[in-house]
Design a protein around this ligand. Structure first.
Ligand code: VGL
Ligand code: ZN
Length: 197
């Protein structure tokens, strides 16, 4: 597949056994009004809700990752990091978006929980890969926030771990610190072997 050419016209494959849905960091602080708001980040919620319902209907696993920082995390500006204080563990800002219909049996993965380590990827410093393998998952459908940070890095690690990856284009939004970061991240994920649908 040509790099940078997203196959948006292609139908999304139907979820089947061996698939899991990964909802990346759909937390209050990444939504409009939050501490590190992703522009139009709230627009992913209804799209992800449809995917959640679809995976639930056929009994396939749903994973939700969350940024879950200590109050003095190294990525925060008071510590010299690039971001405002956000997603402090246990706060309202770190809670999943109230409109997200996560089922009670959602597999929740908390990441970047150590003060001295940044982790954009849901696989970094977590048991995500092992948990997925244990339940026979081989292919991941990925959506959430933000395209250019946690989605990109989660997809990169997923591919490295040997999972097939489908990125749900309508279900991701970018921070776009530099204009075009989100588009470049999608092109990079495709180059690495993800399907962008
Ligand atoms: C994220 C910036 C800082 C993300 C997390 O979830 O994409 N971005 N922490
Ligand atoms: Zn963070």
């Amino acid at each position: 597949m040509a790099a940078g050419k997203h196959d948006t016209a292609h139908a999304v494959p139907a979820p089947r056994p061996g698939d899991a849905l990964i909802v990346v960091d759909v937390q209050n602080d990444f939504l409009p009004g939050g501490a590190l708001a992703v522009p139009r980040g709230d627009e992913v919620i209804p799209v992800l809700n449809e995917w959640i319902d679809r995976f639930r209907a056929v009994g396939l696993p749903i994973v939700a990752t969350r940024d879950w920082h200590p109050p003095d995390h190294c990525s925060f500006s008071p510590q010299g990091g690039p971001w405002p204080v956000h997603c402090v563990a246990g706060t309202h800002g770190a809670a999943f978006a109230p409109g997200l219909r996560l089922p009670p049996d959602t597999i929740v993965i908390s990441k970047a929980t150590r003060s001295d380590r940044e982790a954009y990827s849901g696989f970094q410093g977590t048991e995500l890969a092992e948990r997925l393998r244990e339940i026979g998952v081989r292919r991941l459908y990925v959506g959430g926030l933000a395209t250019d940070y946690c989605v990109l890095n989660t997809v990169r690690d997923a591919l490295r771990e040997g999972f097939d990856v489908i990125v749900l284009r309508d279900a991701v939004r970018a921070v776009d610190v530099q204009p075009g970061d989100g588009e470049r991240a999608l092109a990079e994920m495709e180059r690495l072997g993800a399907r962008i649908v």
